[in-house]
Design a protein around this ligand. Sequence first.
Ligand code: PEP
Ligand code: MG
Length: 585
Amino acid sequence: MKLKGIGISGTISWGKVYLYLQESYSIPKYNVIDIPSEINRFIKALDKTIEDINKIKLSLEKTVSKDELFLYTSFILLLNDQNFVSMVTNEIKKGQKNAEWALYIVLEELISKFQNIPNISFAQRSEDISSIGEKIMMNLLAKKEDENLNIPPNSVIIARSISPTDPIIMEHKNIAGLITELGGYASHTAIMTRSLSIPSVLGVEFITSIAQNDEDIILNPLTGEVILKPTDEEFKEAKSLQAKQKRLLSSFHPFINKESKTIDGTSVDILANIAFVEEIPSLLKTSSKGIGLYRSEFIVLQSNSFPPEETQYKMLKKLFSTYHLDKEITIRTLDLGGDKIIPGYASANEKNPFLGYRAIRFCLSRPKLFLEQIRSILRAAYGAKNLKIMIPMVSNYEEIVETKMLFNEAIEQLQRENIPYCKSFKIGIMFEIPSIYYILDELSKEIDFISIGTNDLIQYLLACDRGNEKVAYLFKYSNPSVLRFLNDTINKANQLKIEVSMCGEMASDIYSIPILLGMGLRRFSIPPSSYMLFNKLLHCISMKECEELTKEVLTLISANEIENKVDKWIKERAYEVYEFFHLLK
Ligand code: PEP
Ligand code: MG
């Protein structure tokens, strides 16, 4: 049976279906007769939660300061609070409700009480309650947060949706592929699978109800095609396509560490987007100029709660010590919110999380947390020669001014405390909210660079959710409005002499690269896995031809027409690259 979704990353692959349907839990609601045993169940879950938290606290005691351990102490105080315990037990008695239902009601009541008090420390309290409540709920439902995933080798994971921080993605062991029903081309799940080279197809309607465990399945990440229970013939074809695809890829391999320039000698900076230190070894094999985007929020997302400054520092230190200190290293400050949520923080209940409490908005409203991150970055970067700090989701001038004030505060603190830190760094922004274009003149006096984040920029420019498979057909790099807007932005940045790069996924899109070069873009930050293809293409084209192509493309009004034109253009100049993308169409 053939199904169709959105092809994301990797080579054509196959394996056995592994249904992964536990991504969220629902709260069971029923009436109970045996009240004492229900109360007992709640108390047991409470005790187990205290035990779990004490274990975490103990394991951190040697590495973090007393102040930083306070969060765990406050969790335990809350769990031992008799008012809280009797609120839940009363709810069980009063309404004959099961423990999960009673806990849910009490948590909602407490969280909304604290949220409605306009004071940062009370807002923090509501987050603590939500986070701790989730842990008790997990224990009541006997779900282990860190349950060891036991995935058989050669599994193709099938899920309704999957968070970019799901352990299945983080560990990605034994995974031959990933297929989901929900999710679009620029969702963070897509970005992570590309980063980690997991073959994936997202947005395949009804796949979780059609596929059965252990069935054979083939996925084709270039065309988005999925074949369930393939015939021998289909298997044979998939194997021969995969072999051809791998042969072509190995012919691109020499470009992995060649100087990155066009045939007429124009140098282009190719930098890397990474989220994990584990990606550095493959980055080191390339001739990349440095790291153009380090998604620092994954430090927090991996811990599923806010790690103290010391832990963040150690994780970042690992990054700096694994990479070259003289190369460019761009750390993006926390970009939490949207589809990157940790329990108890940010925007779990927002109606429009991508338009809401995200990134710099979240950080500036939580200066204590933000200061800890800033301190940990500056400390870990001690010795780095080319540090860049990048602020996500900037939508106005004040956000930059406030952020710079916090950096100054962190520097004063570190000086006072005699702690070594990186004294020289550049500060810039993600250009991902289109209206920033109109204040770029003034902003450019406050910042050193901009990096265009097309994943968000396009969703805001076209009013098209980047992670929604239903509107994925609209999320097009070849949309004339997108191309014209990018052309204006790159030209304006060049006129203002402010450094401009692109770190959104469009920067590694083979069909967009020649157009972007023709617009004058010379700095691209891409997933390390796309490096050799990018460089191979570069070695087949000239800047003069790119400029001519761009000029022509900018006069066209149809995305299809643009795509066909570029397709033909690549075929004539870089046949193997063309073949790679056409092989499986
Ligand atoms: C972007 O928006 O283009 C970007 C690079 O950031 P993220 O995908 O992490 O939102
Ligand atoms: Mg973004």
